[in-house]
Design a protein around this ligand. Structure first.
Ligand code: AMP
Ligand code: MG
Length: 530
């Protein structure tokens, strides 16, 4: 991981040098309490804290509806978070409300402005080109959720594109955000998909759709970069104050609230990426405009879960250099938090040198946060609850033989989690081409396991709670997309939603989704054009 040090020096310091001439001083799951009353849409309490910020933060927009809008799928788990009565989804005007065509009192639609580093290069202005924040909902328990419609038409930030989302990409984001939540990984959520007859032009004609995304915040690293690179340091401070006020009010008491914010984002980002690595998730477009200030998985585009373990896996077909390959994600996370640190420098100290020192000091902790978190997750996946020095080697040896033998990542860990039986070892060996390599590793693993005090049955139970039986494999989304696009059959979306919201359970009627992906899955290619 020498890259960590290199990135610190080359990333932060070089940018610092580049910009000194302009005299720069330079984020769980919340469950719905039983007492929460299920509401009609009109009864929700809408607030618009973001629209109270200065104009530079956003541009006001109304959405332009699609033709013949209709509900495709509704997620009751997300509805519960904001207290909507699920019956509301059956209202005739539900699609119009969700699309923003019919305004409810308190809606104040806007597109957020941000910039960001895309594939390593700074792009001065991006912004919500196809997403519109309809409103923020304040729940009875005091939580705030942004309701953002994705695909609602062009905005000031569309840069010549149509502002639309195709059904395919909408299903992908809907299912994956809920699958990530099911895996216990911090993420934005999704309330529903609205379909239409609207033609949208991509490589071929597709149908347009809308996704209603929910998140406690849609502020991105790029939101800060926009203010920083435009030298809007007062606005930069206002943005940081806004995030602190909304999400970390206790920081206001601290001597250095902005440093505390940076520290927390560095930690939550490192921990988020450790979780991604532990479940075999590749995001695909880890640009800083897709990085959440709350450490949530944000913007599901050409993502992919590993089938066979391949540390060099590139899920995004357009990522020719493999910048966002699976094994690069931890390093890219550091690059991204370095970009954020750079943007926060003016707030960290009046003295530029001291500001850089403080930022570097925090950034240096990223690697340890990541390693601690990843090690602990992997130990748990192996059913090891005592922290032993040799565990790191045990994990990396396993990953090496899995890589060499093209072993299915999810199936292997689920198989390891089975209760001991006569077939236990054979079932694991069957996943390997080189069985000797497997036996050698299993021998070490069994030795290590004996050093633990846990009962085998109990360990199996615990391991099954962290090793999912099901993940959202690309071919599964593809089946749901094909049925929806070809036959307007949306049933598979709901089947997968229910399955992936509970991926650790057995689901005896759906075990075909726990096996190897079909041959044709290898032909699926996913790129950014969504
Ligand atoms: P993404 O790679 O999806 O995070 O998008 C990068 C930028 O392109 C963001 O500013 C998006 O809002 C914008 N964008 C992506 N697709 C479209 C589209 N169809 N119309 C307008 N803007 C888009
Ligand atoms: Mg994005």
């Amino acid at each position: 991981m020498n890259f960590f040090i290199k990135a610190l020096i080359s990333g932060l310091a070089q940018k610092w040098i580049k910009h000194t001439h302009i005299n720069i001083w330079l984020i769980k799951s919340i469950s719905c309490p039983q007492w929460m009353h299920e509401k009609k849409l009109e009864e929700l309490k809408f607030e618009n804290s973001y629209s109270q910020l200065p104009d530079i933060f956003y541009s006001r927009h109304t959405t332009s509806p699609l033709s013949n809008q209709h509900l495709i799928s509704f997620n009751t788990a997300a509805a519960e978070l904001i207290g909507i009565d699920p019956e509301e989804s059956k209202r005739k005007d539900f699609p119009d409300i969700i699309s923003g065509a019919k305004h409810l009192e308190g809606f104040d639609p806007l597109a957020m402005c941000y910039s960001g580093h895309q594939f390593g290069h700074y792009v001065p202005r991006l912004g919500d080109g196809r997403a519109i924040l309809l409103a923020e909902v304040k729940t009875d328990s005091g939580d705030k959720w942004d309701l953002q419609v994705k695909g609602g038409g062009p905005t000031l930030y569309s840069r010549g594109s149509d502002g639309r989302a195709v059904l395919r990409s909408t299903i992908r984001e809907y299912l994956c955000s809920e699958a990530m939540h099911g895996l216990g990984i911090a993420t934005t959520r999704a309330l529903c998909i609205i379909g239409s007859d609207h033609e949208v032009y991509r490589e071929q004609i597709e149908t347009g759709a809308l996704l209603l995304r929910m998140s406690p915040s849609h502020v991105r690293f790029g939101s800060f970069e926009y203010m920083y690179y435009n030298q809007r340091f007062d606005d930069l401070k206002q943005l940081a104050d806004y995030v602190i006020e909304q999400h970390h009010a206790d920081f206001k008491e601290l001597d250095e609230p902005y440093l505390a914010l940076l520290k927390l984002v560095i930690k939550s980002t490192a921990e988020l990426i450790a979780q991604w690595q532990s479940v075999g998730f590749a995001h695909g477009v880890m640009n800083t405009d897709n990085m959440s200030i709350l450490g949530l998985t944000l913007d599901y585009g050409p993502y992919g879960f590993l089938d066979q373990y391949n540390r060099d896996f590139i899920c995004n077909h357009s990522d020719h250099e493999g910048r966002y390959a699976f094994n690069k994600q931890p390093d890219i996370g550091l690059f991204n938090v370095s970009c954020l640190a750079q943007a926060l420098l003016p707030l960290l100290d009046d003295d530029p040198d001291r500001a850089v020192e403080k930022a570097k000091n925090e950034l240096q902790k990223y690697q340890q946060y990541y390693v601690d978190s990843y090690s602990s997750l992997m130990r748990n996946k192996l059913g090891l609850y005592e922290d032993k020095i040799e565990d790191k080697a045990l994990v990396s040896q396993l990953l090496n033989i899995m890589h060499d033998n093209h072993v299915d990542y999810t199936m292997l860990f689920r198989q390891l989690s089975q209760a001991p039986s006569d077939e236990y070892e054979n079932n694991i060996r069957d996943l390997f081409i080189n069985r000797e390599a497997c036996d050698l590793w299993l021998h070490k693993y069994k030795q290590r396991i004996t050093e633990e005090n846990t009962d085998a049955i109990e360990r199996s139970k615990l391991m099954k709670q962290v090793n999912p039986k099901y993940i959202l494999r690309n071919y599964m989304v593809e089946i749901a997309i094909r049925k929806a696009s070809d036959n307007q059959d949306y049933s598979e979306i709901d089947v997968l939603l229910n399955l992936l919201q509970n991926p650790f359970e057995e689901h005896d009627d759906l075990t075909h989704y726990a096996g190897h992906p079909p041959e044709w899955a290898q032909q699926i290619s996913v790129s950014c054009s969504s």
